[in-house]
Design a protein around this ligand. Structure first.
Ligand code: NAP
Length: 272
């Protein structure tokens, strides 16, 4: 019985599919995609493709038909009200399609955040619980991509990493690690009614980031606490739980998490 993956054409979806292909034959996978121009990327690998648009509920049941497990990758839409409607449609279709187990990509520690994003994920989890469909929740910590706002390339060039003052700690994760954990759970028995907090096993600090940058650059990069520095991302980071950690990611991956230095490398090295 196949495993269906929504958002298959996205960054996380493609990585999960790569990992799944290490574990199960392509014939056991169904890529559910909105933009069917991407269909060849999957068909050339022997993966079946179905059209799936969260905004068009009529596409969803046929997309999920016959799948025993469904990985539902949350919508990337910026309007959380609309996202909740999209998510509700996916959950209802999963129920009507008699999906054996629904796997959902949520957000870490949603109860500790008081913003629209955390409320959206909490509400989606609640709707999944209420649907009666067996579920597994993968709560993702913030993706390490957020370091982009710190402009690490300039920091290396200037030898100075500027951050807003504060006692910052980050449980961030990278998509390739998440993909390993998700694929491992999707292809192993159990995990029913489990909620995993997929965070780094140890939170890192801006001091450690400056240290990792120095190592990557081969020259010192000093940390500057800059009270003048303004960016909306710092407000966002303050309103979610970026500090708490669990061993769930590492346990599911059955290998260590990617170290900070490697995680930030794509954002720190000069563009070619
Ligand atoms: N924890 C974090 O810090 C964090 C950070 C970023 C994102 N996220 C979440 O993680 C998810 C995966 O991230 P990502 O980097 O893989 O995002 P991404 O590259 O933007 O991929 C999003 C996927 O969702 C699909 N999609 C968009 N709207 C859709 C709709 N109406 N119906 C069906 N599919 C639709 C896209 O399809 P198309 O190819 O047709 O556009 C794409 O395949 C995001 O969607 C977001 O909810 C979390």
């Amino acid at each position: 019985m196949p495993i269906a993956i929504t958002g298959a054409s996205g960054k996380l979806g493609r990585l999960v599919i790569q990992e799944l292909l290490q574990r199960v034959p392509a014939a056991e996978l169904v890529a559910c995609i909105r933009n069917t121009e991407h269909r060849h990327d999957f068909e050339k690998l022997g993966i079946a493709v179905r059209h799936c648009d969260y905004d068009r509920p009529e596409t969803l049941e046929q997309a999920f038909h016959g799948a025993s497990r469904l990985l539902f990758i949350s919508s990337p839409h910026h309007d959380d009200g609309l996202r909740l409607l999209q998510h509700s449609s996916v959950i209802e279709a999963a129920k009507q399609s008699k999906i054996g187990q629904l796997f959902y990509t949520s957000f870490a520690f949603p109860e500790d955040g008081a913003i629209s994003l955390t409320r959206l994920h909490a509400a989606t989890e609640k709707a999944i619980h209420a649907s009666g469909v067996p579920y597994t929740i993968f709560r993702h910590a913030i993706y390490s991509d957020f370091v982009e706002v710190l402009d690490l390339r300039s920091a290396v060039a200037k030898g100075e990493l500027r951050v807003q003052p504060g006692h910052w700690r980050f449980n961030s994760v990278i998509r390739p690690d998440l993909a390993v954990a998700i694929a491992a759970a999707l292809t192993s028995p159990g995990h029913e009614q489990q909620t995993y907090e997929l965070t780094a096993p140890k939170a890192w600090t801006f001091e450690e980031l400056a240290g990792a940058l120095s190592e990557l650059a081969g020259k010192p990069v000093s940390l500057i606490q800059d009270t003048e520095l303004q960016h909306w991302m710092f407000g966002f980071l303050r309103s979610i739980n970026t500090a708490s950690t669990t061993g769930d990611l590492v346990r599911l991956m059955e290998r260590p998490a990617t170290p900070l230095k490697e995680s930030i490398q794509p954002f720190a090295l000069p563009l070619k």
